[in-house]
Design a protein around this ligand. Structure first.
Ligand SMILES: N[C@@H](CCC(=O)N[C@@H](CS)C(=O)NCC(=O)O)C(=O)O
Length: 203
């Protein structure tokens, strides 16, 4: 299989961490595919009209997206611990995943707004993003201890990638301040070989 890939994208990182954790990484050929909301990549558009990374191309040429669906597909290919467990535990994983993934969606939108020329930035949008980020981090700080009682799964991967994205693109935020449980979670996540192999870069 081939993966439309970028070292900058936290959603790509999520599926790459998942690929390492499930032992599938050697089966994936990476295709460096620059995309942006304002820059369409014809090779990506040909298989995913949303122009989004990650997009996985199977050997029969069919496309699999988005990152959650790719991770569910990986789960169908390996025999190890599930990224999304069956039953009630899986529902909890998916709800936690939704929070982590929604957090990432928010951060991407916030960065896009923040990096527009000053005269075109929307202060109400920037304020909304900042408030949602603060509220999300407060919930995560309160809940991450409960999350960590469950075996490592897709929700932990997604949260780790979101916190890694804060370090990558929001380095002035100081998100660890007053959030010791989240900081400790991120330390443990960052020590995993799958996280170390996928650290984001601008390269
Ligand atoms: N919900 C998608 C989000 C993917 C996403 O937003 N990817 C960004 C890169 S980090 C992208 O491809 N942006 C290009 C665009 O929106 O045109 C997923 O989970 O895969």
């Amino acid at each position: 299989m081939k993966l439309h890939w970028s070292p900058k994208s936290p959603f790509v990182r999520k599926v790459m961490v998942a690929a390492h954790e499930t032992g599938l990484v050697d089966k994936i050929a990476l295709v460096r595919s620059p995309v942006a909301m304002t820059s369409l990549n014809p090779a990506v558009m040909a298989v995913n009209p949303l122009n989004k990374l990650p997009t996985l191309i199977l050997d029969d040429g069919s496309a699999v997206y988005d990152s959650l669906v790719i991770c569910l597909y990986f789960d169908s290919l390996h025999q190890g611990p599930r990224l999304v467990p069956a039953g009630e535990a899986g529902l909890r994983t998916l709800v936690r995943h939704a929070l982590g993934n929604g957090f990432l969606d928010l951060l991407i939108l916030w960065r896009n707004e923040r990096d527009r020329p000053a005269e075109r930035r929307s202060p109400p949008h920037l304020d909304g993003f900042a408030a949602k980020c603060e509220a999300t981090l407060a919930v995560l700080e309160a809940e991450v201890g409960e999350w960590e009682k469950a075996p490592f799964d897709l929700s932990h991967i997604t949260l780790g990638c979101a916190l890694g994205y804060l370090d990558f693109r929001f380095e002035q935020m100081g998100w660890r301040d007053g959030r010791p449980a989240l900081a400790a979670f991120f330390e443990r996540f960052s020590a995993r070989p799958s996280a170390q192999a996928t650290a984001p870069t601008d390269g």
